[in-house]
Design a protein around this ligand. Structure first.
Ligand code: HEC
Length: 311
């Protein structure tokens, strides 16, 4: 009798769980809230929280360079959210943003017809989609990233796919990000099924796993390490790390013949993974997309503010 009762209660539990798609984002929502709490506490007062900035930060750095009371929405500015030194030159560059011309190029690409007479508008009728990617496609049982969706649109229409790191891909994504930001739309990633949750969890595992001979995880630098200095860079915080892509980097501009320093999120991530001593997964591989899916979820509720500028 008792075992029967237990069984039937368990069954009821399973059914209620499956019936309520909201259940699947319980863990993601919890992770996200914890992360917001962690960073708001860490950056409330760096001098007081000096042990959260151990071992590299000097007293001078804690007192004079790290801003106090950094809140949720601010974290999308990467290390400029807290670094006084960096912020001054950032604000200066933002007055005449070098990204404007790329947004214009992206808009032109969006309007331009393909050889078959169709255009990106047929694939993406609404350009304000920067906050909705990557999403979990329940039919394909796979995460779809914006970069992938753009190339699939090209291929479906008989066009050649683009380089996934820079050039036209970055320009079109800049236009989408800009249109989304102008409409003040927020990052809105959903986890609505068991399969989506499993993809999220694999992305999370990647972010928190130690890799390479230095045994670093993404979190070593961007969670525990956030706010610390590595050479002349302050490590940015995980929260808000995907809201502002593509980005124009001074480093990329200096390395390109035509000063086009705009790059996709995948390009930036590959750089970090290489720095970890690893071979980065392909830009549209399952591993990369699931990592991006997890990361984007953590930025839920923040305004899409790309394309942005970084060192
Ligand atoms: C050794 C430390 C280190 C590790 C490990 C590391 N990164 Fe980074 N990352 C940096 C530095 C330094 C920068 C440039 C300064 C900044 O924005 O944090 C950066 C920048 C970034 C940015 C751009 C942030 C922005 O605001 O534009 C992203 C995204 C990023 N890293 C993701 C990752 C991911 C994902 C991993 C794990 C696969 C990872 N990083 C691992 C050091 C690291």
């Amino acid at each position: 009798m008792l075992s029967k009762l237990v069984k039937s209660t368990a069954l009821v539990a399973i059914i209620t769980c499956a019936a309520n798609a909201g259940e699947y984002n319980k863990e993601p929502e919890n992770d996200r809230k914890e992360l917001v709490k962690y960073f708001e506490a860490k950056f409330a007062d760096a001098e007081k929280n000096r042990y959260a900035f151990f071992p590299y930060s000097t007293d001078d750095e804690l007192k004079n360079n790290i801003m106090k009371g950094v809140k949720f929405e601010e974290f999308s500015k990467g290390n400029y959210a807290f670094s006084k030194n960096g912020r001054a030159s950032y604000d200066e560059i933002k007055e005449f943003p070098p990204t404007e011309e790329f947004v214009e190029k992206g808009e032109a690409l969006y309007e331009e017809p393909f050889a078959n007479g169709k255009s990106f508008k047929d694939c993406f009728p609404d350009p304000e989609i920067g906050g909705q990617y990557p999403y979990f496609d329940e039919k394909r049982k796979d995460v779809v990233s914006l970069t992938q969706a753009i190339n699939e649109c090209l291929e479906t229409n008989g066009e050649k796919p683009w380089n996934t790191k820079k050039g036209k891909m970055a320009h079109l994504e800049a236009y989408f990000a800009f249109a989304t930001g102008e409409a003040e739309k927020k990052v809105d990633i959903k986890v609505n099924s068991a399969d989506a949750l499993a993809a999220y969890q694999r992305g999370k595992e990647y972010y928190y796993s130690q890799r390479g001979y230095l045994k670093l995880s993404c979190a070593t630098c961007h969670v525990q390490g956030a706010g610390q200095r590595v050479r002349n860079e302050s490590l940015s915080q995980f929260l808000g790390q995907t809201t502002h892509f593509p980005v124009y980097r001074l480093k990329w501009a200096a390395a390109s013949a035509d000063n086009d320093g705009l790059g996709t999120l995948e390009r930036r991530m590959s750089g970090c993974i290489k720095d970890q001593g690893q071979v980065p997964p392909g830009d549209t591989s399952k591993t990369m997309k699931e990592l991006l899916y997890f990361m984007a979820y953590m930025s839920n509720g923040m305004t899409v503010d790309g394309p942005d500028i970084r060192k």
